[in-house]
Each structure stands twice: as C-alpha cells, then as structure tokens.
Design a binder for this molecule. Sequence first.
Ligand code: FES
Length: 172
Amino acid sequence: VNVLGPLGNGFAVEEGGRYLLVGGGIGVPPLLGYAEAFHKNTVAVLGFRSADRVILADRYQEACKEVYLCTDDGSLGRHSFVDTQVRDILEQDKTFTAVLACGPKPMLKNMAKVAAEYGVPCQVSMEERMACGIGACLGCVCQSTEVDGHSNVRNKRVCKDGPVFLATEVEL
Ligand code: FES
C-alpha cells in the first residue's frame, strides 16, 4: 500500500479553546484526536445508525468532559439525530469557541444551521470522492459561497483547500 500525506488542512483550533465536537458515523474517528488534545475540555455529540454501529465511545468518554450518544433507531443513547442534541446543549451554553463537525453532508448542513442560530462559529469537514488528492484533477470540488468580481461562484477543492471549511464558506 502506498500512502501519500498529510494532505489538505485540519480544523483550526487554538489552545485553551472550548470545542463542541459533533461526529456522525464515519465522521466520529477523525475528531478523536481533537478530543484527546483538549483533554477533558470538549463536549462530544456522536451519532450512529444503531447501537451495533457505535465505535470509539469509550475513548471519547475518557477524553471529553461530556459525551452524548444519539442513534437513529433509539437502540442506544438518545433517539434522535445529533442536531437535536446540539441544539439542547447550545440552548444551555453558547460560549463554545466553535462547533467542529464531521459526518454526512445533511448532518453538516444541519450543524451549520443550528450553530448559526446560536451565534457559535462552525467548521465542517467535507467528504467528497477524490482522485489525485493534491488539487490537480478538480474531481472533488464543492461550491463556495464566495463570488469573484464577475459574480461567478468559485469552487473549492475539498482535497487541497479543505477538507475543513468554515460552514459559511461553502454550500452545504
Ligand atoms: Fe483531485 Fe481534489 S481530488 S483536485
């Protein structure tokens, strides 16, 4: 196996920040390093399809101040999508430095909406199919919310300009 990397960027975090980590399914593992780096200073909301799909919950419990589990079928934790839980958390506490979200696009879209409602900055890690991984093939572009001087929408390459973007920077 040949491996090329590291490629792209990561979440922009600062020392002493308080982060609300939101992971859905395969978006759960990429956030674990942030939970461990900010030992006991993060809150995590982790969503899975069902109890038998839950991964890394024990590692998050060790690393985070609080962990909330949600499942689509209610077989473990709260019977809801993660955005319902996030809304409840932000209702009580809007002082997070940022929401860091990784997961399927509909989840990221909901996260961006909820975070904006409560005035908390949100960073999203986008998933796209990738070929070259170095910004050359344009196979992974997503639509940017920025327009250039001619009112043309610019595209962003998820592999090179991202995969992490401010939620306000890209169309979700
Ligand atoms: Fe080729 Fe992103 S995968 S430009």
